[in-house]
Structure formats: C-alpha cells, structure tokens
Design a protein. Structure first.
Length: 377
C-alpha cells in the first residue's frame, strides 16, 4: 500500500532543523578508469568537464574529473595505487557511487549533530584553503560503503574546491537538458530497510514520506519493498529498497549479488523537456529499458489529459503516472556498467510529488526481461 504519512504533512516551522540541507552538492564515483568514464558522461550525457585533480596538480595517489550540467555535479575518481581503498572498492563493487555529498551551511555542526545522534564519523570537520577561499567538509557512514559528505562552501569562490584546478576539454558536447538530482535510491539487504529508515529519521532528522510494500512493487516472479525519506525542505530524497519474497530472484537481489553489498542503485535526474532529453540521449547511444506498446493502450483512461503527445511518449518509450498533485514522466536507462548495478532515471515532474507507482509493474517486468537475458532471474 502506498502511504503518505501524517508526519510528512506537518509543518516544521516550530521545530528546529538540526541538519538544514541546501541540496545535493555532488556525487562521487570510484571508477576503474576515470578518464574514460568522464569521456562517456561528457559525450553521452552532455556533461561539461570543469575541474581536475591528479599528479599534474600535486595529487599523487588518484585522478579525479569533475563534470557538471546545470546543478548536477559528478566526480569520477580512479586510484593510481592498486592497494588503495579506492582500488579495493572498485575491485569489490565495480564502478559505483562512494559519496553522496550534501550542501550545508555548517559542515562542523552537521557532523557534530549527526554523530551525537549515532552516526559513525568518517572524516572529522576539515578545512581546505586556496587563493579562492576555503571549504569545510566532514562525512559520516551510511549503508554499505557509501558515505554522506557535508560540504560547506559559503566562503569559497573557486571552480569547485581546493585541490582542484580548472580544466576543460578541447571539444564541447552540448547538454541534453539535465537540471538537478531529484532523488538517489539505495538498495539494502533483506530486513535492513527499516533500520536505515530509522537512521535517516533519528540521525539526520528526515521524515518518512512514502511506503511501498510488495503488493505495490511486484510481478508474477519477484517483488521488493521501498520506503522514501526526505529532509525538511524536500530538497533531498532517498528511497531505500530491500528484497521481498518472490518466485524468482528480484532486481534488488541481483544488484546485491553483483555489487557485493548495499549501495546506490540509481540516480534520478530532473529535466524540463523529457522528450527532447531522451531523444538526444538515445541519439548518443544511451540505452533504455523497453516497455511494450500495450502499456500505452489505457494511458488516457488512467492518466487523463496531459500536455505531451502520447505518440511521442510511445515513440520514446516514456512512462507517465499521475497523483493528486499532477503527473510525472519518467524513463530508466539500462545499467551503465557491465555489472547489472547502477542505472539512471530521467524524470520530468508536472506537479506530481510521487515516484510513479502506476508504472511499477511495467517497469519491473521490463527489468525482469533484462535479468532473464543475463541468466539472473
């Protein structure tokens, strides 16, 4: 059952937000080859290279490429030491998300408030300085080997942060219309979802926004359960998934098997024109999950009037769903790594605040078709 909790509708104006967040600062990936990963994201997704750190800048153990499109910032990092923590992360998980960084006004207070509520600290508040000012960062542990980094940049005017130099490519790849990160989804082990929901509630002051059980997210063969937590202003939303009993292996179990533990399953990125964005991504070779044409047979009855052409949505294989606030359009890429782990969601919200519950069955049947091709269903 989909549940909108009473808590999520209560105003927090009289309650101090001990962890005010301005949004997502960046997402850092640990990669086997960051240079080639950057080339892929620049050419396929239209990102722009803005900064770099590596041996040429005095960093001896790694190379990091910072790419950006509107408010979406990714760091792609590879290790130059085969025995480093980065190399071990890539060996175990493949390319994947290590850091979900959150933009805060006070990284020291963010660390202190979360640690005293039970978070495991990773990086104590640290100040980085250069000619453009200073950045303060700290970090805490979350599910698996993923960390949340708190980044305070109110006293910094540089391109990204100290330790990085401005860098551009000799070619320009046009952006595809990606605006900002809408939400990031984590997969955790069976029985661990509620534990991590409590972590976000108790340690980070988030509220439970939505609950989906195995009746909402299931097919003939597999199921999963999911809960969505959100910070006070709604800028940061984290759905947390765990497997549920089914006849065959669920997509969450497949992810956990190949990632070798919990981690970030997908990143949803907002666009203002999903038809244009997806058309350009397809032209550049990005592969998306396929939903059969019969999905569109009852869309008008189910969704009512929408601004977009249904024929265009069918052509692009874009899904549409409605809630009490409006409707949304969404589509999901195939995994962007060789392992069936990380993928992306492209989403356009036309008022809707939900996550496409009406599309779950069609989406997960599509995922199961891919699992079957891989021999993992």
């Amino acid at each position: 059952m989909e549940t909108i909790t009473t808590e999520s509708k209560i105003s927090n104006t009289n309650v101090e937000d001990f962890l005010p967040l301005n949004g997502t600062d960046h997402v850092e990936f640990y990669c086997g080859n960051a240079k080639q990963s950057a080339y892929y994201y620049i050419n396929a997704f239209g990102y722009e290279l803005i900064a770099y750190a590596g041996p040429e800048t005095g960093v001896r153990d790694r190379a990091s490429y910072v790419i950006k499109q509107e408010k979406v910032v990714l760091i792609l990092t590879t290790s130059l030491d085969p025995d480093s923590e980065i190399s071990q992360h890539v060996k175990k998980h493949g390319d994947g998300v290590k850091v979900l960084a959150l933009w805060v006004d006070d990284a020291t207070k963010s660390y202190e408030e979360t640690v005293k509520r039970g978070a495991i600290g990773v990086d104590k508040p640290t100040v980085l300085k250069d000619a453009f000012g200073e950045i303060v960062y700290s970090s805490i542990q979350t599910y698996g080997e993923t960390i949340h980094k708190f980044v305070e940049r109110k006293n910094y005017t540089g391109i990204f942060m100290p330790g990085y130099v401005k860098k551009e490519t000799t070619y320009k790849s046009a952006p595809v219309g990606l605006k900002y990160i809408d939400h990031c989804v984590g997969n955790v082990e069976l029985g661990k979802m509620d534990e991590w929901v409590r972590f976000y509630e108790d340690v980070m002051g988030f509220k439970l926004l939505l609950t989906f059980d195995d009746k909402d997210i299931s097919t003939e063969y597999s199921a999963l359960m999911s809960k969505v937590v959100s910070n006070g202003n709604g800028y940061v939303k984290f759905p947390i998934n765990e497997p549920a009993d089914g006849k065959k292996k669920s997509q969450i179990e497949e992810y956990l098997d190949f990632y070798h533990g919990p981690g970030v399953q997908h990143i949803a990125i907002e666009t203002d024109d999903i038809i244009k964005t997806v058309g350009e991504l397809r032209r550049r070779g990005v592969e998306f999950l396929y939903v059969p044409d019969n999905y569109y047979e009852d869309v008008k009855e189910r969704i009512a009037e929408i601004d977009e052409s249904l024929e265009e949505l069918r052509k692009m294989n874009i899904l549409v769903d409605r809630d009490e606030d409006g409707y949304l359009l969404q589509i999901f890429t195939k995994p962007v790594e060789d392992r069936p782990t990380l993928f992306y969601e492209i989403i356009q919200r036309k008022g809707a605040k939900s996550f496409g519950k009406g599309n779950f069955k069609a989406l997960f049947e599509s995922i199961e078709r891919e699992q079957e091709l891989r021999g993992n269903l």
